[in-house]
Write a protein that binds this ligand. Structure first.
Ligand code: SF4
Length: 398
């Protein structure tokens, strides 16, 4: 049986599992929640082609197997040299993926060029199940149609595809319909991103901690039908463990967890959709979450070359123009602190799930200014799950 939580095979202290490079801030969308606070023109101080190649060399020097390297933005298609950069990444053995925006640049020609350059996977963002709602969120008419078209082309030409949805107050009640869309169009993974109030992402757009919990339980149900995961929703790993123990004991979740009514609304809709489509649940969730976190298996490089633990924790630990990414990742005090579980504070410091969860360090920083503070949006009280023996056995088996 697959372990319920995947731990990276390699030492997180030595190398990240994933490197994300914000190739440019330029983008033709103006999304309400944009982390990058994207603008239409590129910043003239952005890393040049040669500096980008040096960054790719640094990523490769972490050693084999190389970290996954994601080209993001802004919109990477706004860089004229994106295909050459991706091609260079492939040439030196990096597994490259790209996150383009839903604009006219997301077309068959560009997707084929990306594939030719060596990209195996892309990710696209969709935030609502209807064009009106999605375009309102992205603030550009036509973005939904362009994204869905890119989605179809990517599938047709054989690119792996991850679909990302930012969960906010605006689409909370639309999540079951979004599941239906993802199931119909098909994707490798559906990733629900839980807003961190940075960039244009406002704290007022966030759903409440109880709604987070409800959405994560819904995601667990969805994961029996499609491969799904969270981004900046680390306590989903706790929910996966809790739910699997309850399931094995044949106990209903509603008797053990006090869930927000939105869970039952989404669950009812999900049940209707799977009945209408005749879908059968798999006995176990299709995708088990990976335990990586900001600065701990994960590193972000800004368009200027500044190195951050994540794109949602804009605290610089060095710059790749002056120092190697390898050195910053391994030795910067901020990164070392983030990898030290003894420095976790509040409930996260006391929690029996912290070895597989540790909460969103980015959200802790965004909301308190302290990257080691307890996850502000987790409702769990350490020690309160009634089946501690079973939990300890599962944690020991990971
Ligand atoms: S208290 Fe912290 S470590 Fe425990 S489940 Fe919540 S976020 Fe995770």
């Amino acid at each position: 049986m697959k372990p319920l939580i995947r731990q990276p095979h390699l030492n997180n202290h030595e190398r990240p599992f994933m490197i994300i490079w914000e190739t440019t801030q330029a983008c033709d969308l103006a999304c309400r929640h944009c982390r990058a606070e994207a603008r239409s023109d590129p910043d003239p101080r952005s890393l040049t082609f040669e500096q980008g190649k040096r960054l790719l060399d640094q990523a490769q020097s972490f050693g084999k197997p190389s970290p996954i390297f994601i080209f993001t933005g802004g919109d990477p298609f706004k860089r004229k040299d994106i295909f050459d950069l991706v091609s260079y990444a492939s040439e030196i053995g990096l597994a490259a993926a790209v996150s383009p925006s839903g604009t006219p640049l997301l077309n068959r020609e560009n997707l084929l060029k990306l594939q030719e350059a060596g990209t195996k996977a892309i990710s696209l963002s969709i935030d609502a199940s209807t064009p009106e709602r999605h375009d309102d969120f992205r603030q550009v008419p036509g973005s939904f149609a362009l994204t869905v078209n890119g989605w179809r082309v990517a599938r047709e030409i054989g690119l792996k595809l991850q679909v990302n949805t930012t969960v906010t107050r605006y689409n909370l009640t639309d999540l079951a319909q979004l599941f239906k869309l993802v199931q119909e169009l098909g994707s490798m993974t559906w990733s629900l991103f839980f807003l961190v109030p940075t960039g244009r992402g406002l704290q007022t757009d966030e759903i409440s901690p109880a709604e987070y919990e409800a959405v994560m339980h819904f995601l667990y149900d969805v994961s029996k039908y499609i491969s799904a995961k969270t981004t900046e929703g680390h306590h989903y790993k706790r929910i996966v463990l809790q739910r699997s123990i309850l399931e094995d004991k044949g106990l209903p979740v509603e008797e053990y967890v006090n869930l927000h009514p939105i869970y039952y609304q989404l669950k009812r809709e999900l049940e209707q959709i799977v009945t209408d489509k005749g879908l059968q649940p798999s006995p176990m969730i299709k995708r088990t979450p990976m335990h990586i976190n900001a600065g701990n298996g994960f590193v972000f490089v800004s368009h200027l070359g500044d190195v951050f633990p994540s794109g949602f924790m804009p605290v610089g630990a060095g710059n790749v123009k002056e120092q190697s990414l390898v050195e910053i990742y391994r030795h910067a005090p901020l990164f070392q602190m983030l990898r030290d579980p003894k420095q976790l504070e509040g409930r996260c410091g006391l929690c029996e799930f912290s070895g597989v969860c540790s909460g969103s360090r980015s959200r802790a920083y965004a909301m308190t200014g302290d990257p080691m503070a307890e996850e502000p949006f987790c409702t769990y009280e350490p020690g309160s799950f009634p089946f501690q023996k079973e939990l300890a056995e599962r944690l020991a088996a990971l």
